[in-house]
Design a protein around this ligand. Structure first.
Ligand code: ZN
Length: 410
């Protein structure tokens, strides 16, 4: 008896223009009280990578060494990346939350690099004095409109003026120069990072429309089935994993981090096209049970939106970061929470053969298995796991398919 799981989505999508993408380095460390998630780009441009690693090292060391008496604390660093003509623009956002303080500390750090000149730019390299002068009244207007509630009015003139030294923090995208001020520079700290814009030359290109039709896979209800799940990607290894799965007629479920989606658009499209399921693992991998309602819904909704925009698919599944759940999270996140039956411990075990043998020794019909597609060893372990399990008659299905299969059986 066959149950045909037929999912066809005919979706028109917007595919972005091709960009050079940096690799993302991900560091996730945690115990019961301290959670650290850091994502940063490796550009292979020595100057830029030095700037980034100095910043990360400083923030990380300060976080580790300070507040020793504090019980529960979190560090999260995420980044955004833009390539506009010969300019690379990187914005690193750090978020530190400690249980002794009411508000988390947010901070932004920026690098704009000119590839032709091999130079890290200041705002003065992009904008001349006259243009800046003409923008000052508009910047003040934006500031007051957007951040009225937290402004320290007497600081405005000393920060928004023609002195370029005030604008160390800026990024560029295809439409704007974005100028940032960290909390407490012009505000009393109840607002987050301040962001103002000056128009930048417009390079928008006509975008191609494509459609993705996911693979249709037949499953045999008589045979055992398991769901392989992958957290914390996409990464440089994800595409290899997707292709390996396909080789064994397998599909998996990828709980992705939203802030990495943009740089791995092609990977996400292929993931979806090959019939894999995409789930939500938050935008920045923050410790979600600690966030306020607004920040929590942003972490979830931004990720839903970016996956929808790239693939046309709207995730239905959610995996909590750090496996940390409470009643509020369950109430506020309107997605199915998916935990796991088997932890491969691929985040801890460095030897891929051990990951494979540990996993193979414990798997049974109906299991959900957690892996992380940010390690090469996970790929190598799968090269062992997939053929062995296939030979034993296992089918590899998505979490939603597994739920459907088991529902039919039960
Ligand atoms: Zn995770």
């Amino acid at each position: 008896m066959y149950k045909k799981i037929l999912i066809i989505f005919l979706i028109f999508l917007i595919s972005g223009c091709s960009k050079e993408k940096p690799k993302t380095k991900t560091v996730i460390e945690y115990d019961d009280d301290v959670k650290i998630a850091i994502n940063y780009p490796i550009t292979n441009i020595r100057k830029v990578d030095n700037y980034i690693s100095n910043y990360i090292d400083n923030v990380y060391n300060e976080f580790k060494n300070n507040n020793d008496e504090i019980k529960s604390k979190e560090l999260n660093i995420s980044y955004s990346y833009d390539l506009i003509d010969n300019y690379i623009s990187i914005t690193l956002t750090s978020f530190i939350s400690v249980n002794t303080e009411a508000h988390p500390t947010n901070e932004v750090y920026t690098i704009v690099y000119d590839k032709n000149k091999n130079k890290v730019l200041t705002l003065g390299n992009l904008i001349n004095d006259n243009l800046l002068k003409s923008e000052i009244p508009k910047l003040k207007k934006q500031l007051i409109e957007k951040y009225k509630s937290c402004l320290i009015l007497e600081r405005i003139d000393s920060k928004i003026n023609t002195d370029l030294k005030n604008y160390n923090l800026f990024s560029i995208d295809k439409n704007n120069i974005n100028i940032f001020f960290n909390p407490y520079e012009i505000t009393n700290g109840s607002c987050n990072i301040i962001s103002l814009t000056i128009p930048f030359k417009n390079n928008s290109k006509i975008e191609e429309v494509i459609e993705i039709v996911p693979n249709i896979i037949d499953f045999d209800l008589e045979k055992p089935a398991i769901a392989l799940t992958f957290d914390d990607g996409p990464s440089v290894y994800t595409k290899k994993i997707i292709k390996l799965l396909k080789k064994y007629d397998a599909v998996g479920t990828f709980f992705i981090i939203g802030n990495k989606a943009e740089q791995y658009k092609d990977t996400l499209k292929l993931m979806y096209e090959y019939g894999n399921e995409i789930g939500n693992h938050s935008y920045d991998h923050k410790w979600l049970t600690k966030l306020n309602d607004d920040d929590l819904s942003e972490e979830i909704n931004k990720t839903q939106n970016i996956i929808k925009t790239i693939t046309g698919f709207t995730p239905k599944l959610f995996r909590p970061t750090y496996g940390s759940v409470n009643n509020r999270l369950k109430k506020d996140i309107n997605l199915d929470f998916i935990m796991w039956d088997i932890d491969t411990r691929d985040w801890e075990i460095k030897d891929y053969k051990k990951i494979a043998s540990k996993t193979l020794s414990s798997i049974k019909d109906g299991d959900i298995i957690i892996m992380h597609d940010i390690h090469e060893r996970t790929y190598k372990a799968l090269e062992i796991i997939l053929p062995k399990l296939k030979k034993q008659g296992f089918q590899f299905v998505t979490v939603s398919q597994l739920k459907e299969l088991k529902d039919v059986i039960n």
